[in-house]
Design a protein around this ligand. Structure first.
Ligand SMILES: Nc1ncnc2c1ncn2[C@@H]1O[C@H](COP(=O)(O)OP(=O)(O)O)[C@@H](O)[C@H]1O
Ligand SMILES: [Mg+2]
Length: 146
């Protein structure tokens, strides 16, 4: 399983001058959970992006998004792309969903993946690599993940 290093200190130190970004995060997560000031509402999905130069605080804001979502009892999937792992097939997808699958029993994995099990499970590293290594068919894995 991939481990991602969390930025240290973000939770214990106040985030300076990020009120509007934090408000945007909290609103987006609350929309996703169907929580409004006036009570329950329809759930609304969306995409929130943060861009900026290195060290400006993007990772810290993402950590806050995860913290807030976890506080709302959301299932939080997290992955991080890196220059070094560009060539590793399905690296980000593995990070994203492997922890959820790893927490399941083998029977549950079979149930979730159904007939795609034999294609998707090895690509996600959920089963031992085949004795004769073969590259997964990328389209097959994509279809299975869909
Ligand atoms: N709003 C903020 N107030 C105080 N410290 C911050 C804030 N945002 C980030 N930091 C600190 O600045 C450093 C860099 O932040 P980070 O989120 O890793 O930046 P980025 O991901 O954009 O490169 C970290 O040590 C983080 O704790
Ligand atoms: Mg960062």
């Amino acid at each position: 399983m991939s481990h991602v290093t969390e930025p240290r200190g973000w939770a214990s130190q106040p985030l300076l001058e990020r009120e509007s970004e934090i408000l945007a995060i909290h609103r987006a997560v609350d929309d996703l959970c169907g929580i409004t000031d006036t009570g329950p509402a329809a759930r609304r999905g969306g995409v929130l992006t943060f861009a900026g130069s290195a060290g400006i605080g993007k990772t810290t804001l993402l950590a806050e998004a995860r913290r807030h979502a976890a506080e709302r009892n959301c299932t939080v999937l997290f992955a991080r792309g890196g220059e070094q792992e560009k060539q590793v097939p399905f690296h980000v997808m593995r990070q994203l969903i492997q922890p959820a699958f790893a927490a399941m029993t083998e029977a549950e994995r079979h149930e979730v993946l159904g007939t795609w099990y034999n294609i998707v499970a090895p690509a996600l590293g959920l089963t031992a690599a085949p004795e004769v290594p073969t590259a997964p068919d990328p389209q097959g894995v994509r279809d299975g993940l869909d």
